[in-house]
Design a protein around this ligand. Sequence first.
Ligand SMILES: Cc1ncc(COP(=O)(O)O)c(C=O)c1O
Length: 341
Amino acid sequence: MEPEKIDFYNLGFEFIETKEMYISNYKNSEWDEGKIVPFGPIEISPGACVLNYGQGIFEGMKALEAKTGDIVLFRPDKNADRLNESAKRLLMPSFDKEKFIETVKEVVKANKEYVPPYDSGGALYIRPLLIGSGPILGVAPAEEYKFIIFTVPVGPYFPEGFKAIDLEISKQYTRAAPGGTGDAKTCCNYAGTMLPAKETKAKGFAQIIYLDASNLEYIDEVGTANFFAIINGKLATPALKGTILPGITRSSVLTLAEEKMGMEVEERDISYKELFKDKCTEAFCTGTAAVITPIGSVTIEDKKRIFNEGQPGELTTKLYELLTSIQRLEIEDEYGWIIKL
Ligand SMILES: Cc1ncc(COP(=O)(O)O)c(C=O)c1O
C-alpha cells in the first residue's frame, strides 16, 4: 500500500504490504549476498521442506520513531542470537549476526515512509523469516533455504490506553512439551495455538495461559508473550526450561526490575494455584507486540481471580513506563539496548 494512503493513527495489527523486502538464498552450503527487492511473492517448490514438514523459523521485532526523531531498534542482537538458536534446533543454517543487524537496518531504511510517527504510538513491525525452501521427500532438513525480512506498520498495543486483559488458564491444551521445540521460534509452534486462541476468545478471554505439559500445574507462558507475577512482593517469572520462548522483553524486564526498581526477582516454577492466593498481587505478560500487558484476571474452569479490581497494578505500570521510555528514548538508554538506524 502507498504510505500516503495509510492512516498511521488508526493502525491495528493487520498485514499491510510495504515497499521493499530482503531476500537471501542458501545453496551449496552458503548464503548468497542477498538483496533488497520490491515486496512480492516468492516462487517455491511444492516439495519445499517448510511446506511439507514445517521447517521454518521467524523473529519479531519493531522499529520505532523515538522522541528525538531517530528511528530505533530494540536489542536486535538478541533477535539474531535467538534466530540462530532456533535454526540449530531445526537443523537450518545460521545467519551472520552482524549481517543480520545491518540487513534489518537496511530493510527499515528502505521502508522508512512506513514507520508510524512518534506521537501515534505505532511501530514498523519487522519479520525475519528463515525457511527450508529446497524440496525433500523423506523427513530430513532441506538443502536450500531462503532468509527473508519484511515489514508491516502496526498500531500501538493499547490504542485506548494502558488496559488489563482477562486470561484463561487451560487444562485442555498445552503449547510445548519437554524435549520439544517450545524454546525455539518455529512456525509450527504457532499453528497449534490457533484453535485454543479461537475457543478462548469466543468465551471472552484475550488469550490462554499455558501450563506445563507434564503436570498441568506450572505456568509456561501466554499465547505469544511471557508471564510474570508479583508474589510476596517479588517479581516472579517461569524459569526457562526448554518449553518457554526466551523473550527479549522478558530478559529486559528482569534487568529493569532488579537494577532500576530494586525488586527481588525469581525465575522459578510458578503453580497456577499461587495466582489464586492473596500473596499474588499483580500479574502481567511481556513481548515485542504485547510490550507489558497487565493481567486483570485469570480464570480456570469455574474459578476466577481478579487483580486490582481489573486495573493495571502499580509495579506493572512503573515497569511499563520505564521500558517504553527507554524504547522511545524519552529517558537515557544506559544499557546500550537502543540501536539507531
Ligand atoms: C511464544 C512467545 N513467547 C514469548 C514471546 C515474547 O518474546 P519477545 O519479548 O522476544 O518478543 C513471544 C513473542 O515473540 C512469543 O511468540
